[in-house]
Each structure stands twice: as structure tokens, then as C-alpha cells.
Design a protein around this ligand. Sequence first.
Ligand SMILES: Nc1ncnc2c1ncn2[C@@H]1O[C@H](COP(=O)(O)OP(=O)(O)OP(=O)(O)O)[C@@H](O)[C@H]1O
Ligand SMILES: Nc1ncnc2c1ncn2[C@@H]1O[C@H](COP(=O)(O)OP(=O)(O)OP(=O)(O)O)[C@@H](O)[C@H]1O
Ligand SMILES: [Mg+2]
Ligand SMILES: [Mg+2]
Lengths: 256, 256
Amino acid sequence: DSRIIAVVNEKGGVGKTTTVVNLAAALTQWDKKVLIVDVDPQFNATRNLGIVVEEGQPTTYELITAKKPLNPAKAVCETPWSGLFIIPASSDLAGAEVELVNEIARENRLKRLKPLADDYDFIFVDAPPSLSLLTVNVFAFANEVLIPCQTQPHAYAALDDLLETLDLVREEINPDLNLLGVLPTFYDPRTRVSRAVMESISQDQRFNGKVFPTPIRANTTIAESAMHQKPVVFFARSSFGAMDYNSLAQHILGQI
Amino acid sequence: DSRIIAVVNEKGGVGKTTTVVNLAAALTQWDKKVLIVDVDPQFNATRNLGIVVEEGQPTTYELITAKKPLNPAKAVCETPWSGLFIIPASSDLAGAEVELVNEIARENRLKRLKPLADDYDFIFVDAPPSLSLLTVNVFAFANEVLIPCQTQPHAYAALDDLLETLDLVREEINPDLNLLGVLPTFYDPRTRVSRAVMESISQDQRFNGKVFPTPIRANTTIAESAMHQKPVVFFARSSFGAMDYNSLAQHILGQI
Ligand SMILES: Nc1ncnc2c1ncn2[C@@H]1O[C@H](COP(=O)(O)OP(=O)(O)OP(=O)(O)O)[C@@H](O)[C@H]1O
Ligand SMILES: Nc1ncnc2c1ncn2[C@@H]1O[C@H](COP(=O)(O)OP(=O)(O)OP(=O)(O)O)[C@@H](O)[C@H]1O
Ligand SMILES: [Mg+2]
Ligand SMILES: [Mg+2]
């Protein structure tokens, strides 16, 4: 069965999109077939891969707002990299929240994608920076959660709300949702702040040791690869960014 | 009259909260009386100043959701720095969006703070990373908009949506809303990406030259000051962060 992994943290700019795009790309190097689902109204994962949505092409918005469910396979796009696929998003998604307010079981709309699970080894879902209806949909659909956490004070503090929300989601909406792990990002061993927050994350009892041992280091090649609309693991294979996301992929595959 | 400045960009992690806290603090050094209004459900501005909300203390949530409007002055808190005040937020604010959905004129709730305008030289409003009802309330209340923009590709691309939204807000909700300027943040002159995006921002015709000439440089002291719950202008007066926010303050006061 496919592993459906939500990448979530309502704190903005912590590396959610970067993790979805680069971890998904890294896993294709081990012959995994991977699907990205972009659930961010700013469609950064779609943009990061250079995907342009044509007029009339179905996106995440259509899949979750259509009265009669569409065939989700119709929204899957190929990317320039073999083994890597994406259901793109567009700014239409910003309207979904209000449109679904009065719908029954509005948090289960993304579950319409469940039939796709058998076709992929991994499905990664990129969430927006908020604990909104879209994010609740992401929680209802996924079976694992990966939490990128910038090694900065605000991002670490945001985890309190997130863990409370996860407990609520497990009780009310999706009892099978497991914490895959917390991923420290923007790690810079030269600064006190980064080391201090890394220390707090690693020792935090609430995660039961589920903290990825290899942090993602702060690394301008990652931003540069986004500018060139390529995953860093294909843009600059020997950069820190590529190395860190490759070792994260190996960790998730149980190889290290 | 008071200048009410919304600091907005739905891209996450671009430096909205950092700009509100540090620009507000910098302006008090020129004997200005400044109020911060925290409209982010993650209440990072409140946290950044070390403000702890007691049980029963009114916050932004109460001001905007109360059936009968409260006296907004009751929600104003002092901070450890003279001339600097804040209306704090709490995670209750995350519920406001859904609670106000069926209310008439729900985008005008923050305007209940208008009576405070005469008491302050500047009011800065920290918005969450989304173009949601809370952000629309911020647009309806403010008369100027400052847009922090990380010198990174995703943050620059997010400006397309934001400028469209601003046009819509001017037509439908608040014709007096002016663009104060775009503030380049996390600027690192050593990296190609940062220089390239800085170049795109400065030459972008849509801003009519309203780009602050002094970018805020990437600077770990800023993150460190957040950890010590102090504005960087008071935490490390000679750091890049303090220098850059002080020159931004001077620019806004028309001194440079
Ligand atoms: N390890 C890293 N080192 C340096 N830059 C990074 C790193 N990870 C991400 N970035 C850059 O930082 C910015 C924020 O990252 P990203 O957009 O992935 O965060 P996000 O959590 O998805 O943001 P949002 O909350 O807006 O969805 C991007 O410009 C990205 O290129
Ligand atoms: N110029 C800078 N140099 C280095 N770090 C910075 C700078 N500005 C902000 N930061 C740090 O980057 C992180 C993101 O900044 P901040 O929280 O102010 O962004 P934001 O736009 O308010 O985020 P959100 O979208 O979650 O509200 C914080 O940890 C902050 O301390
Ligand atoms: Mg993102
Ligand atoms: Mg903020």
C-alpha cells in the first residue's frame, strides 16, 4: 500500500514545499513512483517544478469542490523527472475554503484521491501555512505526518498548537494518522539560536524520539534550485541540500 | 492623524512579524507612540515581545468577534519599552474565521479599533500568512500597506496574487488603501538568488518605484533577539538587523 505523507506546519516559511518537492524527487532515485498533491493556494510546489496549469485542466481545486467527484487520475500531471508526478494547484484553491463551508463532511473532500493510492509508492501532500479547512482535509486523507521545523524560536513554538490539532484530528477525523517525524530545517551549526532550537527539538518528549537525525542545513543552493524550477537533488547533486534530502529519503526507506 | 500600516504577504516566513516588531520598536526611538495589533492566530508578535495573555484578558479575538463592540482601549497592553504598546493575540483567533462567516459586514470588524487612531502616531498590524477573512479585515482597517518580500523566488511570485487582491480591496472595501512600499528581506548580497530577486523587485514597474532602498539583510541576531523576546533594535543595537530597521524607520519618517 502507498504511504500518504502530509507535510504540515502552520508556521510560514519553514520548508514545507521544499521538503515535499525534494524528498519526493530524491525517492524516485530509488525507483519509487511518487505523487505530489499541491494543496496550497499559492501553488508553490507546482511552481517549484515548473508546471504550468492550462485553461480547463483539472487541479486540486476541481477535485475537492466538484459536486460529483471527478476521476482523480485525470488531474495527475507528469513532470520532467521520471517516477515523479503531481496534482497541481492554482490560486482558485483560495476559494475552496468558503465554498465548502456549508457542505456536509467538508473535511473529507481530499479523500476522493484515495483510489490513486495503489498506483504510487509514496504520496506527499503540501499544506498551506494555516490550520484551515484545507489542512484538515490533508490530515483526513494522509496516514502519516512529517513536520518540518525551522531551527528558530517561532517555528518551534508553533508546534504546541500543531500537536494539539493532531490529537484532535486523531479523535474526531482520522484515528490512523501517525507522526512520521519532526524534520529540523534551516539548520546552521554556526549560530547559537539554531543549535539551541535543535537541542530543544531533539529532547522534546512529546515526539517520542521521532526526530530525523539529519537536519536539513541552511543552503542557498536550495533557493537557487527553486529559481531554476528543479528539485535540488537534480539541480546540484553534490550540494548540502541534495545530500541532506537524499539521506532523509534513505532514512524513510529504512536504509539508514 | 495616525498612520495605520498593515504588514502583509501571504507567503509564509518572509519577515512580517519581524518587521512589525522591529520597525515599531525603532520608531519609539524618535519619540513616536506606536501600537502593534497582532492579527495572527499564531500570535508571534505577542510572543516576540514576551507578552503573556492572562485568563480573561481581552485580545484581538474578543474585539472582532464580540456581538456588542468592546472598548478597544481595554485590550491595549504596555510592553517593557516606553512608547511601544500592543493589542495581543491568542490561538482563539483561529476560530474567528468560521465564527464570522455568516455575519454581515464581517470584513469591517477590525475597524472597531478606529477610535484608537488618535492616541498613536503609528499603528502596525501583523497579518497571518494567508489571504483570509482576517487579512481582509486588516486591509479594511489600514490606510497603508507595507509588503515584506524575501529575496527568494517563491516570495516574489506570491506578489502577483497580493497585488490583485489589493486592487480588489481598493474597489470593494477600502479605496484609501495605499501601497507604502515593498521591503526586500533576508537580503544576502553574496548569493546570486538574493541579488537576482532584489533586482526583479527594484525594477518591477507595478510598484511605481515604491521599493525601500535599504533591504533588511539576513542576520542571525534577528532570530536570536526573537528568542530573547526583545526587538533587535534594543537587543543588539549595532547589529545589521538593528541598523537596517533603524534606517527603515528613518526612511518612513522622511528623514532619509
Ligand atoms: N534548507 C534551506 N536553506 C535555505 N533556503 C531554504 C531552505 N529550505 C527552504 N528554503 C527557502 O526558504 C523559503 C521558504 O521555504 P518554503 O517555501 O519551502 O517554506 P514553506 O513552509 O513551504 O512556506 P509557506 O509557509 O509559505 O508554504 C523558500 O524561498 C525556499 O527556497
Ligand atoms: N532578516 C532576517 N534575517 C534572519 N532571520 C530572520 C530575518 N527576518 C526574520 N527572520 C527569522 O525568520 C523567521 C521568519 O520570520 P517571521 O516570523 O518574522 O516571518 P513571518 O512572515 O511573520 O512568518 P509567518 O508567515 O509565519 O507569519 C523567524 O524565525 C525570524 O526570526
Ligand atoms: Mg509552502
Ligand atoms: Mg508572522
